[in-house]
Design a protein around this ligand. Sequence first.
Ligand code: GLC
Length: 481
Amino acid sequence: MKNILFVASEGVPFIKTGGLADVVGSLPKCIDKQYFDVRVILPKYTCMSQEMKDKLSYVTHFYMDFHWKNEYVGILYAEVEGVKYYFIDNEMFFNGFRPYSDKALFEIEKFAFFSKAALSILPVIDFRPDLIHCHDWQTGLIPVYLKERFQGSDFYRGIKSVMTIHNLKFQGKWSIKEVQDITGLPSYYFTPDKLELFKDANLLKGGLVYADAITTVSDTYAEEIKTEFYGEQLDGLMRARSNSLRGIVNGIDYEDFNPETDIHIEYKYNAVNFRKEKVKNKRALQAELGLAQDDKMMMIGIVSRLTDQKGFDLIAYVMDELCQDSVQLVILGTGEERYENMFRHFDWKYNDKISANIYYSDALSHKIYAASDAFLMPSLFEPCGLSQLMSLRYGTVPIVRETGGLKDTVQPYNEYEGTGTGFSFTNYNAHEMLNTIRYAERIYYDKKREWNKIVDRGMAADFSWNVSAAKYQEMYDWLIG
Ligand code: GLC
């Protein structure tokens, strides 16, 4: 039996702000329990739902030296669907209405504390991982600490680490002086071949330098981040470590996302009967959201964090043009105010065509996947993207920009060969996107049988965790030896 520890800043069903939580929530469930004992460490945020907090039980607590103070480290525990979760409690760091704040320095202190505490609780919970699987910048210090202070003791010596990049844009940077003070790391670590990047200390970089292997969430993104455009100033390091870097595409939870059993949708359907049944969900959603009632109208869904990564500038630029067409747009998500207001504005301007829902709801997201004919994701960059996978599963045709995981998971429709599961365009250009949407409209309205075959192929594609979980397992085996 090999012991694997996941450490992450969010995970379904406990706390979620984005796709990271979906992956941390679903991948451990799919790791083979006969060979691996997988456990997960998350922060215990005050903003977790009461329902989830009620599942946690107190294990113990102790005090840990951190940033010149003696900090409380509480440990809580829960088991969900066969996975063992531990939570680190400290109300000073993990309070607030959201998991993350916009105070960069506080975030660094919070996740430096979390990383150190995650390592410190291991002897206490009597779990010695053979490998720690770290996710994004919040856990970047773990490989560093493992090499530095923890290697001195028998318990920690030889523990391997993997760093998975879900998004290279967020790195956890601040001045060297303060990060050194917070982390207690000697100045040896703050040089350009280690944690320093252009004069700042960079926590993700630490993880990328010291992890035994690096993965990211699609093959294409693994290549893209070696280039200047996508590299977020770390492309040099990505090239230097390219032998240790690989892409493993994300899967989605095929039980949570299943149109045949989904508790959130009114009319269940599958790959055989979607032609008749799926549209009933569109009718229901049009009624629920106050859109024009019309079975034939092409409905385009968007479920997303509203950040500039997702390509909303392209949508804003051609929205008036797009709204001259026979389409309806349903949007769900929160994020940057400028995008929230942009969608609110168009909702007001084209009331029966656009429904902007500026909040987050799991239930509504499932209804949108089920009801929409197409799903729009024109991302500027996209490490993997999960919504297009959910769309494919629900027979909703993705329209995407060819970047990162979108390129790897959506096969563009080819009308001559009768292949493809969606529509895609290459350049980050609003009219290229609009032309592609209009091409999709033509197939939808004029060649419905062709459209339905695209749906057939999309629903037949397999983006469950089966294949990718096996790849992680192979990597764990190989690293642990
Ligand atoms: C981040 C990325 C997204 C990816 C997700 C899970 O949210 O932006 O592309 O699917 O992480 O890996």
